[in-house]
Design a protein around this ligand. Structure first.
Ligand code: PAF
Length: 280
């Protein structure tokens, strides 16, 4: 496996893959890899000739300096994990490579970023759509892999690809959870044992939404009230949002008819976690 840090070198490597008419599977990450990333990497390995994994902590998608400064770093360990999964290339550029002096072009999106995390994290999705567009342009993948835990991100990226005519198949894979249900996230590393325990309320609240929906309760307000009370009962929690949205438009729905998503963002101490479940 090769570790490439320069954009030019990465582009030359991609050209030679394209010359051989081989397919490229791409898993973009910000590092601090866990089993959720590994599941994306394994699918990409199975479905493509060449597998490229990027590791780049993208500063432009952080709306909070503390979150960026405290994001876990473990590049050597991440490279070992990716190598174990038989990737062909790790692309790990530094910020001067990605945003050289004078960089001033950003990709922005309308509507889909007006709800959920987009509403509360100004600039976040412009950072995501910009870095993902750059990485797609450099790596020119046939397929790119994302996790359902970042549900809004997956919808935003599908729309980005459709609107800008990028010929890339976006694969969204199920959220990977610890045995007790907590969705895997690089940010979980920051939780102390008591916070880790409190964080279980997130999945608990989503399961409640699922069981209410299964028993034919379709009123979002009623479901959200129950979810709120579960999360408020747990220690160290501060709710950013609890929403039930249309799974395609991401607009709030007052009553669930068709595919919807219950989505939650909660601060556990100083760590913001998100999770969701599809209700259909
Ligand atoms: O989901 C992530 O880790 C990031 O948002 C991504 C897609 C790698 C872009 O920086």
């Amino acid at each position: 496996m090769d570790v490439i840090t320069k954009v030019k070198e990465m582009q030359t490597r991609v050209l030679s893959i394209k010359d051989r008419k081989e397919s490229i599977g791409f898993v973009p990450t910000m590092g601090a890899l866990h089993e959720g990333h590994v599941s994306l990497i394994r699918s990409a390995r199975n479905e493509n000739d060449e597998l490229i994994v990027s590791i780049y902590l993208n500063p432009t998608q952080f709306d909070n300096k503390d979150d960026f400064d405290n994001y876990p770093h473990q590049l050597d360990k991440d490279i070992e994990i990716v190598e174990r999964e038989n990737a062909d290339v790790v692309f790990a550029p530094d910020t001067e490579e990605i945003y050289p002096e004078g960089f001033c072009t950003y990709v922005t999106q309308g509507k889909l970023i007006d709800s959920l995390c987009g509403r509360l994290r100004p600039g976040h999705f412009n950072g995501v759509t910009t870095i993902v567009t750059k990485l797609f342009n450099i790596i020119r993948p046939d397929r790119a892999y994302f996790g359902q835990k970042d549900f809004q991100q997956s919808i935003v990226i599908k729309k980005l690809v459709a609107d800008l005519n990028m010929n890339i198949d976006i694969k969204v894979l199920p959220t990977v959870r610890d045995e007790d249900g907590l969705a895997l996230s690089s940010r979980n590393k920051r939780l102390n044992p008591e916070e880790r325990h409190s964080a279980l309320c997130i999945y608990g609240s989503l399961l409640k939404a699922k069981s209410m929906f299964a028993s034919n309760i379709k009123d979002s307000k009623e479901i959200i009230e129950e979810m709120t009370s579960i999360i408020k009962k747990a220690k160290h929690t501060r709710i950013d949002y609890i929403s039930i949205v249309n799974a395609h438009t991401l607009e709030d729905v007052s009553s669930i008819n068709g595919k919807a998503v219950a989505a939650v963002a909660v601060w556990i101490g100083n760590t913001r976690l998100i999770d969701n479940l599809i209700l259909e």
